[in-house]
Design a binder for this molecule. Structure first.
Ligand code: FAD
Length: 596
């Protein structure tokens, strides 16, 4: 049903022309040998796996969903999922960006990032199984003991085992400080955990032989709240010293959820009944370690937003070129046909270009952040590493929330392009809207991402990280301000940069008086900064496209047209958002809860 062709041309543009990734990687000893051809070959192969193996399972997986067997407490994934996973493991995709020390291929993360865009486009529900395994890998690599790394990382690297993150409990979602699962120390140095977790993605399934759960729980006498949370490793099967599977552990799936979308992914209630566990890091310092997983997952969810925007766009575009309705307002365009294709209508173009611009903006932005992570992990200079880490911290909530909010807008617009046919299951568009919706919720709701951005990442460090990123934008504005052809991009970019600086100072003053001012402004504020980031990348992309618009390659004409659309039709939203962010908390807080 429908189609998915990986946007390799645009990926090459972003990686090689916008980010000059080959030069960038030469600075990193671990990746200095990596060249553009190798990157392109990997992406080409990845695109085949996404389009030929995963995409055909997307609709059937949605329709069939996962099956729970109450007797055996096991989950069977939709037909074809398990076989696709086997191919994924055998082809070495799981190991792409993992450390060679544990059997990985050691490729830069930026390549893995583009691969994930493609598999998310092809099948978001399926892609969550390996995605969570990768998050567990990163967390153990940074915080696990040497023994854990030896035993678990090779299997997570190969993809033979997958991972989960077990945070949520029925009474505690956003506020992890409320969690109740208990960990009791055992004489042999292990722990015994009892508790119940809900909404655990990929908590139980039949795709891998073992599942490594990373579980948050409280040790005896732990301080209340988030200062008393510890992180534990709880394998489904306890491995023997040689990595073979041993005893079945006391962590089981009690049920799976019926839900709005991502039906192919099992969302599990997980019961821990004296499950054997090993602590990761120090007692009561678990949140700190879990943040490695959470940050990886936040970037991963942003990639889900990008993937689903791209595939929805491709299908809406094909439909709009084919569907004949009404004549163009400016005169007949397809005189050989009874009506014009709907792509002639300005409003249909608005919807298509919105999705196209949000996909291209997100691709540039996420690839840039993936490159920063490679720098953070592998650059020899500690100052460069620190600088990259600061930018990643600042940009992570924007990736998670701005891209997924835009994906919700874009998938809805793409469905709208189909008229009534979009609402009908047969065309597959309604699945994209349903699947896109969860991305605004899990991994910290988008409202919480906005609080993280404004409260923690900006106000708590007195705007230092934002100023650094702003200086980079300012430099671009100064470099290109005198170029007449760039004025249409540089002027609004510079203007928005100034407005963000002013607004941030204003909000800092207000927050000093009343912290509710942060919560009242944070959601529009994140969207404004998201647009600042996109305006910066669209201006940079426009600069390249301007220089090559007469090259005979229409790709650059399209890029320039998309950038112009973005500046004319999407960026102006910031004027209203700035007014909202300035409106203060009074009108939100005035009404007594009883009077609602
Ligand atoms: C399909 C699916 C898969 C999931 N996968 C996992 C998983 O693998 N592992 C896992 O641990 N969890 C998982 N979750 C749980 C998910 O992360 C939580 O649902 C999410 O973090 C929100 O928690 P909650 O549902 O308890 O909502 P609540 O925390 O009750 O929040 C309700 C509303 O209040 C808002 N809110 C709460 N506090 C504040 C505040 N201080 N300021 C402003 N607004 C606030 C929230 O933004 C939200 O809109 C999954 C959930 C779903 C639906």
């Amino acid at each position: 049903m429908g189609q998915y062709v990986a946007p390799l041309r645009d990926m090459h543009f972003v990686l090689h022309e916008l980010l000059q990734v080959e030069d960038e990687l030469k600075q990193l000893p671990a990746h200095a040998e990596m060249d553009a051809d190798t990157i392109n070959q990997v992406l080409e192969e990845g695109s085949k796996f996404a389009s030929n193996i995963l995409f055909p399972l997307n609709h059937s997986g949605d329709k069939e969903g996962c099956h729970y067997n109450k007797e055996t407490q096991t989950v069977t994934t939709p037909k074809g999922f398990k076989e696709a996973y086997k191919q994924y493991v055998e082809a070495g995709w799981a190991a792409l960006a993992c450390d060679p020390e544990y059997g990985g291929q050691g490729l830069p993360l930026i390549v893995n990032n583009s691969f994930y865009e493609m598999i998310n486009s092809a099948n978001q529900a399926w892609s969550m199984y390996p995605g969570l395994g990768h998050g567990a890998y990163e967390c153990l690599q940074e915080h696990g003991s040497e023994e854990m790394k030896r035993l678990y990382l090779p299997k997570l690297t190969s993809g033979e085992w997958t991972g989960t993150m077990c945070l949520t409990e029925s009474h505690c979602g956003t506020d992890l400080g409320l969690l109740r699962s208990k960990a009791i120390p055992q004489a042999d140095g292990s722990w015994s955990i009892t508790g119940s977790k809900i909404f655990i993605s990929a908590g139980e399934h039949d795709m891998a032989e073992n599942i490594i759960h990373l579980v948050l729980a409280r040790v005896p006498d732990a301080p209340e709240g988030s200062k008393g949370i510890s992180l534990f490793l709880v394998p489904k099967f306890i491995p023997n010293a040689d990595g073979t599977l041993g005893k079945r552990n006391g962590i089981t799936c009690g049920a799976i959820e019926e839900k709005m979308g991502i039906h192919g992914n099992s969302t599990c209630q997980m019961n821990l009944d004296g499950a054997t566990a090993w602590i990761i890091g120090q007692p009561n310092k678990g949140l700190n370690a879990m943040f490695v997983f959470m940050n990886a997952a936040r970037l991963g969810v942003g990639m889900q937003g990008l993937g689903i925007t791209e595939v929805a766009y491709q299908n809406a575009l094909a439909y709009a070129k084919d569907r004949l309705q009404m004549r163009s307002l400016s005169g007949v365009k397809a005189s050989d046909k009874p009506a014009d294709p709907i792509i002639v209508h300005p409003d249909v173009r608005r919807m298509l270009l919105t999705a196209k611009a949000y996909a291209e903006g997100a691709r540039a932005f996420t690839s840039y952040v993936a490159m920063l992570i490679d720098r953070e992990l592998s650059h020899p200079d500690a100052d460069v590493k620190k600088d990259a880490a600061d930018q990643v911290a600042l940009l992570t909530p924007i990736i998670k929330a701005f891209i997924t909010d835009n994906a919700w807008i874009a998938t809805s617009d793409c469905l709208q392009c189909y008229g009534g046919h979009g609402f009908i299951k047969e065309w597959g568009m309604e699945q994209y809207v349903r699947d896109a919706r969860i991305n605004l919720i899990y991994e910290g709701t988008n409202g919480i991402q906005a609080l993280d951005l404004l409260g923690r990442k900006i106000l708590l460090d007195n705007g230092a990280k934002l100023r650094k990123f702003g200086a980079q934008i300012q430099e671009f504005v100064e470099e290109n301000g005198l170029d007449e052809a760039m004025t249409e991009f540089v002027t609004p970019l510079g203007d928005l940069g100034d407005k963000v600086t002013k607004l941030t100072m204003e909000l800092a003053m207000k927050a000093f008086q009343n912290q509710d001012e942060v919560g009242a402004a944070s959601v529009p504020y994140l969207r404004i900064v998201g647009h600042l980031v996109y305006a910066y990348f669209f201006a940079r992309m426009a600069k390249i496209a301007l220089a090559k618009q007469d090259s005979g390659d229409d790709f650059y004409k399209a890029k320039l047209a998309t950038a112009r659309f973005y500046f004319a039709r999407l960026l102006p939203e910031t004027a209203g958002l700035i007014r909202q962010a300035r409106a203060g908390s009074a009108t939100l807080m005035a009404l007594d809860a009883d009077l609602f």
